[in-house]
Design a protein around this ligand. Structure first.
Ligand code: SF4
Length: 621
C-alpha cells in the first residue's frame, strides 16, 4: 500500500557523537505497517537494540515521533511520543507529551527524529526546516526546564520556535527525568529526560514552514467538524474545561481507590483540601490547551498568599494532586502547586517522585530508615518541608537523593528490605490508582509494557461499575481492548482524553486517518496494527530479560488490606490473578509459562524477523 498523503516521508537520524544528521527516507510499507508515533518508535527501538546496551550509553536511541494526524487542526491533535530503552526499568520505555512540539517537527518536513550518540559537550539541537545544527548549550547548564525553553525561544525567534528541554535532573541522569515543552507539557514517564541528558543534549528547538500533506482535505474537514461539534455540545464539556482531570480526586476518593499514604489506604480524609473545587475557587487563573484542543484541560494556577505565595505553574492534574496530596498525607493545595512547579522546573516526573517520597516516609515511620539514612530529616505524613528537600536532593543526586534518583530499582539495591512497601512494576512507580480494589487494574499494571502505568489500560472504573462478580473473561477482554485502542491514539498523534472523558466515537479517528492517507482504514484495521506494536514492545523487553515472573502488580496489592473507605479490608486475590494472567497470555498468543510471544503470533503479526531473533535467543538460553 502506498499512502497518498499523511506522511512527510523522512525521519531525521542524528548522531551526536559524530555531529552528523541525515534525512532518511521512510519506505511506504513501513509507514502503513507502523502508522507513526508509538508504532515508529517501537520499531526503531527494536532495530536499534544491540547486545549489552546501556540505557544511559550513547547506543540507546531516542526516537521522537508525532504521528500522521498530529498538527492537522483536528480535535486534540498535539500529541507526540518519545521512545527508547528506559533507564528506569532497563526495558522498552515510552512517554507521550502534549503541546505543539510534534506538529513543528512535521512542519519541518519530518515524521520523526532518531537520536543516538553523545555530544562532547552540553548541546542543543536546532532544526530550522532543512537546516540542522548541533549548538553549544554551555550557557544553559543547570537551568530549569521552563527557563531553558524561554531562553531558547528568545534566542531563536520567539513563539514560532518550539522547544523540548530537560531540567537539571535530566543533566544529572535522574532515571525518572522528564522532557518538557510549552511551559508544563511533559514526556513524564520512564526517564526520557535522563536519556537526553546522557547524550549531553539539553534541548531540541524546531521551526518548520512546510505544509502537512492531506490526501482529501474536504473529507478530513467534514469528519473533523463532526468531532468538534460533538465535543462542544457535550454536557460534561463545561466541568471539563473548568477542572480537567482534577475532577477525578473526588471520584477516586468516593469510589475508594485514591492512593493514600504510600498506597497504604485508598481513602483520604483530607481529599476536600486537594480537589478540583479548591483549585477552581482559590488558585486557577487561566485555562491552557494542547494544539487544537477544545477541551483545554490545562489549569494555570497561582498561589497568591501564604507560605508558597508566588508559585505559578500549569497544573496540576489528577496524578500530581494525588501523588503529592493524599499519597503523602498532604491536604494543602498550595503545596501541590509548589511540588508541581518544582517538578516542572527540575524536570522530574510527578508520579515517580510522589510515589518514591511516599515509600521513604513510610520506611522512616516504620523505623526501617534512620535519620542518618535520611540526611537528618525525620519525614512524616503531611510533612511539606521534607518533601521539598527530597525533590531537590533527587534532582541533584545528593545524599539519599543519590539512591532515589535511580528510581525504585536504585532504592531497592541500597535497601532491599523496602521491597515490601515499594509500589512499582518492572521498576516503574505505579500511577495513582489502587490495584487492590480492581483485578483488571492489577492486570493492567502487571502487563503494561512500560511498567506500572495507566496509559495503556484504565479499566478500574468499568470494573467497579460492573461489580465484583463480573466474569474473568470479560475482565481480560476489557484490559486487552484498552491495551489495543489506547495506543492507537499514540500512533496517530492525538489525545485519548476526548474518547476517555467525553466518549467520542473512536471510529472517527479511522475516518480521519483514511482521509489523510487516501486509503480506507477501519478502526479494526488500526487495532490490528496496535496489537502488532504490543507484541513488538513485548519482544523488545523479552530480549532484555522480561518473563512471566515480572508481570505481577506490587506486593502490597495482595498483602496489605485497604484500611478505610468503601473497600476497607480488601486485597486482590493471588489465585484469581494467576487465573486471569493465564487467560491473558492465551488470548495474546504468548507462552503461558514464560510470557514470551509464540512464534506463530509474531509470524501472524508480520514480524518474521522478530520471531527468528527471539527463537535464536531462546535456543541459547
Ligand atoms: Fe491536551 Fe488536555 Fe486537550 Fe488532551 S484534553 S489534548 S491533554 S489539553
Amino acid at each position: 500500500m502506498k499512502p497518498r498523503g499523511g506522511y512527510q516521508g523522512y525521519v531525521l537520524d542524528v548522531d551526536l557523537s559524530s555531529g552528523r544528521a541525515t534525512r532518511r527516507e521512510v519506505p511506504d510499507e513501513f509507514a502503513m505497517k507502523y502508522i507513526g508515533g508509538r508504532g515508529y518508535g517501537a520499531r526503531i527501538t527494536w532495530d536499534s537494540l544491540v547486545p549489552g546496551l546501556d540505557p544511559l550509553g550513547p547506543q540507546n536511541t531516542l526516537t521522537i515521533a508525532p504521528g500522521p494526524l498530529n498538527g492537522l487542526l483536528i480535535p486534540s491533535s498535539g500529541k507526540t511520543s518519545f521512545h527508547c530503552i528506559s533507564p528506569a526499568t532497563g526495558i522498552y520505555g515510552d512517554s507521550n507529551m502534549g503541546g505543539s512540539f510534534g506538529a513543528e517537527i512535521r512542519l519541518a518536513g519530518l515524521d520523526g527524529l532518531s537520536i543516538r550518540g553523545r555530544a562532547d559537550r552540553l548541546s542543543y539541537l536546532w532544526i530550522d526546516d532543512d537546516l540542522v545544527e548541533i549548538r553549544d548549550a554551555g550557557h544553559l547548564a543547570g537551568c530549569g526546564a521552563t527557563q531553558t525553553e524561554r531562553t531558547l525561544k528568545d534566542d531563536l525567534g520567539g513563539e514560532d520556535v518550539r522547544v523540548a528541554t530537560v531540567g537539571p535532573a535530566g543533566e544529572n541522569l535522574v532515571v525518572f527525568a522528564t522532557i518538557n515543552s510549552d511551559w508544563g507539557r511533559n514526556a513524564g514517564r520512564t526517564g526520557m529526560g535522563a536519556v537526553m541528558g546522557s547524550k549531553n543534549l539539553k534541548a531540541i528547538a524546531v521551526r518548520g514552514t512546510n505544509d502537512l500533506p492531506v490526501y482529501d482535505i474536504e473529507a478530513l474537514m467534514e469528519v473533523s467538524d463532526r468531532a468538534f461539534e460533538y465535543l462542544r455540545s457535550h454536557t460534561s464539556m463545561d466541568i471539563w474545561q473548568r477542572q480537567g482531570l482534577m475532577t477525578v480526586i473526588d471520584y477516586a476518593n468516593t469510589v475508594g481507590f485514591l492512593p493514600t499514604r504510600n498506597f497504604g489506604d485508598a481513602f483520604f480524609e483530607g481529599a476536600e483540601g486537594i480537589n478540583g473545587d479548591v483549585m477552581e475557587s482559590g488558585y486557577k487563573i487561566s485555562d491552557s490547551a494542547c494544539l487544537a484542543c477544545p477541551m483545554c484541560c490545562g489549569n494555570v494556577c497561582l498561589v497568591k498568599e501564604g507560605r508558597w505565595a508566588g508559585t505559578a505553574c500549569e497544573g496540576p492534574e489528577y496524578e500530581t494532586a494525588a501523588m503529592f496530596g493524599s499519597n503523602l498525607g498532604v491536604d494543602d493545595f498550595p503545596f501541590i502547586l509548589k511540588a508541581n512547579q518544582l517538578c516542572d522546573e527540575l524536570g522530574i516526573d510527578t508520579i515517580s517522585t510522589g510515589n518514591l517520597i511516599g515509600v521513604v516516609i513510610e520506611a522512616y515511620q516504620r523505623g526501617w530508615l534512620s535519620p542518618d539514612d535520611m540526611d537528618g530529616m525525620k519525614p512524616d505524613w503531611g510533612d511539606q518541608d521534607s518533601a521539598v528537600r527530597l525533590m531537590e536532593l533527587i534532582a541533584r543526586g545528593d545524599g539519599i537523593g543519590k539512591y532515589l534518583a535511580r528510581g525504585s530499582r536504585g532504592l531497592l539495591e541500597k535497601w532491599p528490605e523496602l521491597a515490601r512497601i515499594t509500589v512499582q512494576v518492572k521498576g516503574l512507580e505505579q500511577s495513582a490508582y489502587d490495584s487492590r480494589v480492581s483485578l483488571c487494574m492489577a492486570l493492567a499494571y502487571g502487563t503494561c509494557d512500560i511498567g506500572a502505568h495507566h496509559t495503556r489500560a484504565w479499566p478500574i472504573s468499568k470494573e467497579l461499575e460492573m461489580g465484583q462478580e463480573w466474569g474473568l473473561e470479560e475482565k481480560v477482554d476489557l484490559v486487552m481492548y484498552h491495551q489495543a485502542v489506547r495506543p492507537v491514539f499514540d500512533m496517530l498523534g492525538v489525545c485519548r482524553l476526548p474518547w476517555i472523558e467525553l466518549s467520542i466515537d473512536e471510529n472517527l479517528y479511522a475516518e480521519m486517518y483514511s482521509a489523510v492517507v487516501g486509503i480506507p482504514f477501519t478502526l479494526d484495521d488500526l487495532l490490528k496494527r496496535s496489537k502488532v506494536i504490543y507484541d513488538l514492545t513485548r519482544a523488545i523487553s523479552v530480549k532484555l530479560g522480561v518473563r512471566r515472573d515480572q508481570d505481577y502488580p506490587a506486593p502490597r496489592t495482595f498483602k496489605d488490606p485497604v484500611q478505610s473507605g468503601p473497600f476497607e479490608g480488601k486485597t486482590a486475590d493471588p489465585e484469581e490473578y494467576e487465573a486471569i494472567l493465564n487467560m491473558y497470555y492465551e488470548r495474546r498468543g504468548w507462552d503461558r509459562k514464560t510470557g514470551i510471544p509464540r512464534r506463530e503470533t509474531l509470524i501472524s503479526d508480520g514480524l518474521e524477523d522478530v520471531a527468528a531473533d527471539l527463537e535464536a535467543l531462546l535456543e541459547g538460553e
